[in-house]
Design a binder for this molecule. Sequence first.
Ligand code: CP
Length: 335
Amino acid sequence: MDLEPEQIRAVLARAREFEPLVHGPVAPDPASPCAGRVVANLFFEDSTRTRMSFSLAARRVGAQVMDLSSTDSSVNKGETLRDTAANVAAMGVHSLIIRHKASGAAALVAQALRGRFPLSVINAGDGRHEHPTQGLLDAFTIAESFGRLDDFDLSGLTMGIVGDVASSRVARSDIAAMTKLGARVICIGPPNLVPGSLKTLGCEVAHELDPLLPRLDAINVLRIQFERHGGTGGGAHGGPPALAAAPAPVTAGPGGGIPAVSSLREYAELFGLSLRRQEHLKPGAIILHPGPINRGVEMTAAVADGPRSVVLRQVGHGVAVRMAVLDLCLSVTQR
Ligand code: CP
């Protein structure tokens, strides 16, 4: 996420203004700078939350929405991402919202269209790289939970990100957003899912969850991303290839000596968030998950639906954050 801390705070402050509208009727102000603008969803990967909330956010700020999906478009005839985006842009849309399995996809489109079309390009998740609006909505949710909505200063708070961080664009955007707002971030998981190289992003890395539980204010529990691990199936362990095929022993590096986990059952035993583990969190600690949840793997159903879970609040804030992002982007796009 390239935004400076003050730019992040400005987006979140705008989202706070939109928040009361999220559950109201869709009756946007006709004088809104977004009125009459058109945004196009270009989603080449599956999505429930991001796609629907961008669509709803666009309507709530007065824009119209077009949808293109990879399953029924000319992408299936071999058209490239760049050509697809240029053709949609040529129709006169004002913003392209792009999700793609390739890291850098939205940046590539933005670069290809720069100076040719007066529009903005919004990254709705690119491969393992970034998911900026998820990072922003997670920051909003934490700020709300700890009474920091006035300044979005998260200093003094510690966020744990647990699970398949190596595959996670959400983790990278969370690390960027949280550390820029002053929080401490610790990525936690087995070495094959949480490599030490993540420290270059400004977070800490740990390979045991239980000793850290009493120190976390917020814990973001990530899905094991089966689809990004390669291979063809779960193998004899019944787990994803990256777990099933993990060489043993894999250590955490000098002084680490922590073995990689090799099965989903082992993963759930060591890192899955259960009611028993939840009891060791700080009294006011909250539990986040970007969705979709694999119940029984990264967290139990009782935790996902329990009183510390803010999962559905995250989803609601996602609409306000995306309204803010669209409002800012469409306001600066030339008429
Ligand atoms: N959090 C998130 O990106 O969910 P979707 O994949 O359903 O959009």
